[in-house]
Design a protein around this ligand. Structure first.
Ligand SMILES: NC(=O)c1ccc[n+]([C@@H]2O[C@H](COP(=O)([O-])OP(=O)(O)OC[C@H]3O[C@@H](n4cnc5c(N)ncnc54)[C@H](O)[C@@H]3O)[C@@H](O)[C@H]2O)c1
Ligand SMILES: C[S@@+](CC[C@H](N)C(=O)[O-])C[C@H]1O[C@@H](n2cnc3c(N)ncnc32)[C@H](O)[C@@H]1O
Length: 638
């Protein structure tokens, strides 16, 4: 021990220094910043502390509650577990003590947050959620965020999830006088709660609280009039993190060039890397939050558009920036184009049209504040906007034919896919192909009959559980029966509508229930050219009507959900070379006649449809609502 103390002193004071024995005679100093840990573990360290306390209690050693006080405890021999407890339990407390104190206004807001009767307020129906003081950021985290804003020289910061505004006010304190903190919060009560505290602060006027679902505020924010943000801080519902992150990165103009996204809770109780625990263990509960965080962290790691680093501040903060250094972000001075001298008017000489010279140009530099066409939306070029990295998808009827080709296209674009089919063996075979192409874990097989609601519900739940979310759903399963209308058995009619129309509706409904809650998504239905024309000579009135209904459903649902971030569109293929045609003896002999009706002179291959599914599944089609994308070689035009 002595030897170690000497070594340490030598490294600080020089090699001749004597060991300095730290004494315990300093008077205890009251803590300026109260640490927040009150037994409810939040950070990995707090969880470790809880685990160690439980261990020590169980092994009958009495861990002293105040062991980790600011003043050093008298020297005594510690068990290894006690020593570990001191180290783990002391860190967050020590960090709270060392950070600059909160402002008076922030302190008052923090105290009010601490003592508000959150349980009663919720019982009385005043708050949407059963809040507790654990929802607020503490002084260490708030000061860290404010430090980031200061280092960025940020003028404008957006916060997703404000709660009582402790973080918002602390950040606002470092913004310039004309700076702005836009805080998105879904619960109107919280705006009223924070108002008197903001009013008392010299910086409160900078906080603009926007009540409503954060995703809508982000997507609808008037960036053209108000400007974008230098920092976007994500700290709302964990299940929505991926959607907030995507909106921050890809909503045109929202995140300024050179800006950063900061994400809270990314080491949440250590759950990002720990195996799920029985919910009964108090310190290990919140597994769902943990798995959402784990999936989110992995998604960011796999996202080639960004660079990121996670800091072990409180329960983890991840800082994300667009990939590429600042050299890709021209400063206004560097970017300002050299003034072009006004051309001296010269008498117009007649130039023969055929001889008009090609005008050579020099490339224009990408300028900050240049428009989205020049910069690329969210800084991304068009093909990058069609990437689906990190997205989770399901495709029904994906065991063969068009659905199989759709599933391949989605995996090629970066998504993970649940291959759904009535025939499990088909789904498994396709999932195995996909795993070979996209790597293990990128595909799973699932058996479901889309005509059965319980199975549709289970399908969506399984996809969400497996991938941690569902961003893309392709409702493609369909059946085609042929019979003259006067002979069609009602069972055939009902079956056709049961799968093709009712099945598609049920899929859309269950998929959207998840997507509407979790920040949006893309639904693509497979309709048919038969929604436009009456294909002939085959007789398939029920099929034609069922597919027309898919188009109308797509339009209706597309309109209902467009403003909430869920796009619904459909693809109408012409006649496609799949088992649906070749396995049907009524259809097989008709191929030549159909081809004669096609301007393009050949049947559609499943691969002719693949780009469309990727486009409709990607952010590049965000403005497309209820569209019927017809790909039929011109057949409906003749
Ligand atoms: N092939 C064409 O010419 C053509 C043209 C226009 C539209 N479509 C439509 O495209 C979609 C796919 O057609 P395809 O040609 O690939 O068909 P396909 O018959 O080759 O494949 C359809 C797959 O869906 C599965 N399936 C059938 N009913 C199901 C159910 N109730 N639940 C889950 N899975 C089910 C089947 O097992 C099969 O693997 C269908 O909706 C079809 O109506 C096909
Ligand atoms: C952890 S708290 C935020 C803490 C806050 N950043 C601070 O500095 O104290 C999460 C907040 O997100 C809000 N929230 C949850 N879902 C939301 C949504 N969809 N849109 C906006 N706010 C949401 C909750 O009401 C809650 O107040």
């Amino acid at each position: 021990m002595q030897c170690r103390a000497e070594e340490q002193n030598a490294s600080v004071f020089g090699k001749d220094a004597k060991a300095v024995v730290l004494t315990d005679d300093k008077p205890a100093k009251p803590l300026e910043n109260q640490p927040r840990f009150n037994g409810m573990a939040d950070t990995p360290n707090e969880r470790l502390t809880t685990v160690l306390r439980a261990h020590l209690t169980r092994t009958a050693t009495t861990p002293s509650a105040g062991r980790t006080s600011r003043t050093h405890p008298p020297t005594r021999t510690l068990t290894l577990a006690e020593e570990a407890l001191d180290i783990a339990g002391g860190q967050d407390r020590y960090l709270s003590d060392m950070v600059s104190p909160a402002s008076e206004a922030a302190k008052a807001l923090g105290d009010a947050t601490e003592t508000a009767p959150w349980g009663d307020l919720h019982e009385q129906g005043k708050t949407m959620f059963r809040f507790s003081n654990a929802w607020t950021t503490d002084v260490v985290e708030a000061k860290t965020l404010a430090m980031f804003a200061y280092m960025l020289k940020a003028k404008r910061v957006m916060e997703i999830g404000m709660f009582t505004g402790y973080g918002a006010l602390t950040i606002a304190e470092v913004l310039p006088a004309d700076g702005k903190m836009v805080s998105c919060e879904i619960d109107p009560f919280l705006k009223e709660f924070s108002k008197p505290f903001f009013d008392k602060s010299a910086h409160g006027h900078k906080v603009d609280v926007q009540i409503g679902p954060a995703l809508e505020t982000m997507r609808g924010y008037p960036v053209a009039a108000e400007g974008g943000f230098d920092m976007i801080f994500i700290d709302a519902d964990k299940g929505g993190y991926a959607a907030y992150y995507e909106a921050a990165l890809s909503t045109p103009g929202l995140l300024n060039e050179g800006g950063v996204i900061v994400v809270d809770n990314t080491l949440f109780k250590g759950q990002a890397w720990l195996a799920p625990q029985a919910a009964a263990k108090d310190y290990a509960s919140w597994n769902a939050g943990g798995s959402a965080i784990e999936a989110f962290n992995q998604m960011v790691k796999d996202d080639a558009r960004v660079e990121q680093v996670t800091l072990p501040v409180r329960d983890g903060i991840t800082i994300v920036r667009r990939a590429g250094g600042l050299e890709t972000v021209a400063t206004p001075a560097a970017a300002a184009p050299a003034p072009v001298p006004a051309p001296t008017p010269t008498p117009a000489a007649p130039v023969p049209v055929a001889a008009a010279p090609v005008v050579e140009v020099v490339p224009t530099k990408v300028v900050e504040g240049g428009d989205a066409v020049m910069r690329g939306v969210g800084g991304k070029r068009i093909l990058d906007r069609m990437r689906l990295d990190g997205k989770a998808a399901l495709v029904t009827g994906a065991g063969q034919g068009i659905g199989r080709a759709f599933a391949h296209a989605l995996v090629e674009a970066g998504a993970s896919v649940m291959v759904v089919d009535l025939e499990l063996s088909r789904a498994q075979a396709v999932a195995a192909e996909l795993a070979q192409k996209g790597g293990e874990g990128c595909a799973v097989a699932f058996q479901a009959n889309v005509a059965e609601e319980a199975q549709v519900k289970a399908m969506v739940e399984a996809a969400v559980a497996r991938f941690g979310g569902l961003h893309i759903a392709v409702n493609n399963a369909g059946v085609n029966k042929n019979s003259a209308a006067e002979d069609t058995p009602m069972a055939e009619f009902d079956m056709t509508f049961g799968v093709n129309t009712r099945g598609v509706f049920m899929c859309c409904q269950h998929e959207a229930r998840h997507m509407l809650k979790s920040g949006g998504g893309k639904i693509i239905n497979t309709a048919s050219m038969a929604s436009l024309i009456v294909p002939h000579p085959q007789k398939q009135a029920a099929y034609n009507a069922s597919k027309s209904a898919v188009v109308k459903l797509t339009q209706s649902l597309g309109c209902e959900w467009a403003s909430q971030g869920v796009n619904v569109n459909c693809i109408s293929p012409g006649i496609v070379d799949t088992p649906l045609i070749w396995d049907n003896p009524a259809l097989k002999p008709l191929a030549e006649r159909w081809v004669a009706d096609m301007p393009i002179g050949k049947l559609c291959d499943v691969t002719d449809l693949q780009a469309a599914i990727v486009y409709l599944a990607s952010e590049a089609s965000d403005y497309m609502v209820g569209h019927n994308l017809v790909i039929e070689g011109g057949q409906s035009l003749w």
